[in-house]
Structures are given as C-alpha cells and as structure tokens.
Design a protein around this ligand. Structure first.
Ligand code: GDP
Length: 296
C-alpha cells in the first residue's frame, strides 16, 4: 500500500513524542531528523524534504510548541497541514470548457498507463453525465489504436481513428470536428508515447497543442518509478506546459515519493491517481486524505 513504510516510521516518531509529557528542544530535533530520514527513504526529492523540514521547524518555533500543553499533538498537526500543502492543498479538478467540447490531451511515456487512463477518465466522465469521445492519435505503437478501440467497445464510448499513416495532428483536428457534429462534449486525445522524451515527440505534441488548443493537458506518469516520474513531469511541463498529472500504479507503489514531490517540484497538481488495472480504478487526488493516510 502507498506510504506504508513512511506511515509506519512517522507514527513511530510521533509515538515517541507523545511519550514525553513535556518536549525539549532535543526531542523536537530528533523528531525532525526522523521525519527527514523517513521522507528520504520514501524517495521524496531531496530539496523538497529540506524545504519541508525547514517549514515545519519554523512553524514549530512560531507556534511555541515547547510551551504547548500537548506539544506532540501540535507537531503532528503542523506535519499534517504541511504534508497536505506539499501535495497541493486541496483537490484540483480538470478544466471544463464553457463551450463544449472540452479537449483533454493525454501525454506520457510508453508503459506509464496512458491509454488505460484515457479509458478510465472516459468512463468516469460518462458516469458524470458527459459524452466523451476518444481520439486515437498514438499511431506509433501499433497496438495502441486497437487497444483504444477495444476500450471504447468495452465502455460503450465512441473512438475516433483514421487510417494508418495519418498525421496525428490531423487526427486530433478531425476528432474535434467529429465531436462537434456528434454532440460529444469531451474529447480525450490519446497521444503517442515514446520510451523516453525526445525532440520529435515534443514537437508532435506541441503541434497538436497548437491546433486543438486543449483545455487540459494531463501527463500520465508511473508512481512506481519514483523520482524518474518527477523528472519526466518536470521536462514535460517545461517543454509543453501541463495542467495536471495522473499518477498511475499507486497500488504498487509502497514508497510514495512521486506523490509527495510532483507538486512541489513542478508546480503542477496531481489531479488523478490510478489504483489498479481495472477501468474503475481511477480516483481524484485529495491531498488532505493522502496526508491522513500517512498520519492516522
Ligand atoms: P501506455 O503505454 O502508457 O498507454 O500504457 P498502458 O495504458 O498500455 O498501460 C501499461 C500497463 O500498465 C498495462 O498493463 C496496464 O494495465 C497497467 N496499468 C495502467 N494503470 C495502472 C494502475 O493504476 N495500476 C496498475 N496496477 N496497473 C496499471
């Protein structure tokens, strides 16, 4: 489970703190050191950890916790609030266009779970009463178009595709026309992935962006890749500009480093998390609930 070992370590730290009726400066310093280690072991970005601990210390001093009647509680409260803040504060929703269709561009590296997330988001929006259209613009991985068509059939959602060899920019453009004429109020574009970021990929994504003017560009990254996921998010954000991140495979990520670092490093909020292979395994990302998972 995500944050399993981090949660255990922090809870131990707090248990020790609670054991002291009155806290000394040493007790607080030891606790800070333990929290710092626990975060680093959870694969949280080094600088993020440094800033985080500095903030906790500053607030602890500001709140004069050593004088507090329940100092351990006061520390826990501060850590909880700062963990929530670290992950974005409050839930971030996707941008919905005032005039439909809302255009969502899904980007990401191969294997991150992009196509699966396209399907998951489609069914989630359908359940909210929307009429999504999938656009199959991942033309390089031979099975990707087929994969999306199978998803569409399974979810009873339409898939727009064009013959092999069509320029993905044209596919995206025509998908929008199709949506207009078929009353689809959301278009989810499944763009091409690559094994790694390269100029060609970015150029293609930029071209699609400049033609379809997406309301939302969502990057899909694999939580299990930890800081690699954060680096990928940083690159995509610098090159393309992102509105949010979908963090997949949270069900297999025991550490949680990416979940805790993405927002602080890139400034982009995590909007959704993938929690399994099944198509209903997509959830909105609630920073406060995530923080509580660590501390409760
Ligand atoms: P793409 O290359 O980025 O389009 O990746 P796919 O959508 O084909 O997904 C790659 C693999 O990851 C597939 O086996 C998916 O079932 C799996 N996958 C995607 N999202 C999740 C998730 O949230 N949890 C788990 N456990 N597996 C996932």
């Amino acid at each position: 489970m995500i944050f399993e070992s981090l949660a255990e370590k922090l809870q131990n730290t707090f248990k020790k703190l609670r054991g002291h009726g009155h806290l000394s400066e040493d007790d607080v310093s030891t606790a800070m050191r333990d929290i710092r280690m626990a975060l680093l072991e959870a694969d949280v970005n080094f600088k993020v950890v440094k800033d985080f601990i500095a903030k906790i210390k500053e607030r602890a001093i500001g709140a004069n916790i050593l004088e507090s009647l329940t100092p351990a509680q006061a520390v826990i409260k501060i850590v909880n609030e700062e963990l929530t803040e670290l992950m974005g504060g409050s839930v971030s929703r996707i941008n919905i266009a005032p005039n439909p269709p809302t255009v969502i561009m899904m980007v990401g590296l191969q294997g991150a779970g992009k196509t699966t997330s396209v399907g998951k988001l489609g069914i989630m929006l359908k359940k909210q009463g929307k009429h999504p259209l999938f656009a199959a613009a991942d033309i390089y991985r031979p099975a990707a178009v087929k994969q999306l068509q199978v998803l569409g059939q399974q979810l009873e959602l339409p898939v727009f595709s064009m013959p092999e060899g069509t320029d993905p920019v044209v596919i995206a453009e025509k998908a929008l026309e199709y949506a207009h004429s078929h009353a689809n109020d959301v278009v989810i574009i499944d763009t091409a992935g690559r094994l790694q970021i390269n100029e060609e990929l970015m150029q293609e994504l930029k071209s699609i962006k400049s033609i379809v003017h997406p309301h939302e560009i969502l990057l899909v990254v694999d939580a299990m890749t930890g800081q690699d996921a954060v680096n990928v998010a940083e690159s995509f954000n610098n090159d393309l500009g992102l509105d949010g991140v979908v963090l997949t495979k949270m069900d297999g990520d025991a550490r949680g480093g990416a979940a805790l670092s993405v927002k602080a490093v890139t400034g982009c909020p995590i909007k959704f998390v993938g929690t399994g292979e099944k198509l209903d395994a997509l959830e909105s990302f609630y920073p406060d609930r995530m923080a509580s998972r660590i501390l409760d």
